[in-house]
Design a protein around this ligand. Sequence first.
Ligand SMILES: NC(=O)c1ccc[n+]([C@@H]2O[C@H](COP(=O)([O-])OP(=O)(O)OC[C@H]3O[C@@H](n4cnc5c(N)ncnc54)[C@H](OP(=O)(O)O)[C@@H]3O)[C@@H](O)[C@H]2O)c1
Length: 334
Amino acid sequence: MANVLITGASGFIGSYIVEETLRLGHTVYAGVRQSSKLNNLPLDKIKVLTLDLSNQFSLTEQWDKLSNDGIQIDYVIHNAGVTISSNAEDFDRINFKYTRNLYWSFADLNYQPLKFVFISSLAACGPGNAETLAPITTSDTANPITAYGRSKLKAEEFLKKQQLIPHVIIRPTAVYGPRDKDFLSLFKALNIGIEPYIGNQNQVLSFIHVYDLAAIICRMLESNLKDITYNVSDGQPVTVKEFTQTAKRTINKRAIPLIIPGWLLRLIVSMIEIKTKITGKPSNLNKDKYKELTAMNWSCDTGELYKDINYMPQYNIYNGLPDVLNWYVLHKWL
Ligand SMILES: NC(=O)c1ccc[n+]([C@@H]2O[C@H](COP(=O)([O-])OP(=O)(O)OC[C@H]3O[C@@H](n4cnc5c(N)ncnc54)[C@H](OP(=O)(O)O)[C@@H]3O)[C@@H](O)[C@H]2O)c1
């Protein structure tokens, strides 16, 4: 069985990748930072490494130390990343430069990992055609509309130019599952009788449950797949209206549609951005998020993904939303 380094192990997706990697019988080296909260990690089953991704040389020292103890990292799943920031430079530094640091930290060793799996995002490509609503494919010309998307694309482009370690790029669409906070806001609104809509109700979205995403990522490790990019969704795109109404049926509450007009949302976003500038505290609603939320087409073509890994997603929103809602209720988040 292999030694797998998982960066961002303390985060929402990272903690599920850890669980799946353990389930497959591998040894997990959970890369975290000093300040990370470890409460979602099975600490008795994993080895925790405090990493400074800003410092390539300190990372190399860590691999050297492990190597002196006879341990080599066989696979890297680089999942650490920032999704919310008030500062575009943070995205570039954390999502691009830290990826480069981590990759290069293996360069001077006398062994290299067998594969470097990079968790990018569909945002690296940007939304699909708003008129044809054709699903986004990996061969589409990337046109990210946010600083976040541009930073992920830059990291992808860096990896594609490297020869040292074979890579796989995973571009998940919106990820949900137990412990996710984004879907919680929707359920909270529905719970108080509001069925919220932003922008056009015919907007097409795609989703992936975190259990499926973790399974997909881990299937990349020992496969022959390399130097390849995959878009990841459950393969069942839905309109915003269908999605919201499915959530409403799931929570089984009466709710009145509240259509937030574009001008009002832009005003709210401008006010939040002023508050962010004053307090320095990033909000998950900002100008970039507005662009993402209102883009017409986030439908996603998964290409040959499921054939290549011989796996079918276990969840779509129809069985995934009840799963998440049950978790929120059980854990008194709702
Ligand atoms: N959630 C989605 O819908 C989605 C969709 C597509 C792609 N992704 C990608 O999936 C990955 C995980 O996202 P998530 O949703 O699980 O987010 P998350 O819960 O915020 O987790 C992010 C992880 O990255 C770590 N991290 C953040 N900034 C860091 C820094 N400066 N140095 C070192 N580690 C840092 C965090 O560490 P701490 O615990 O210490 O904060 C955390 O472990 C990200 O790369 C994200 O871009 C997410």
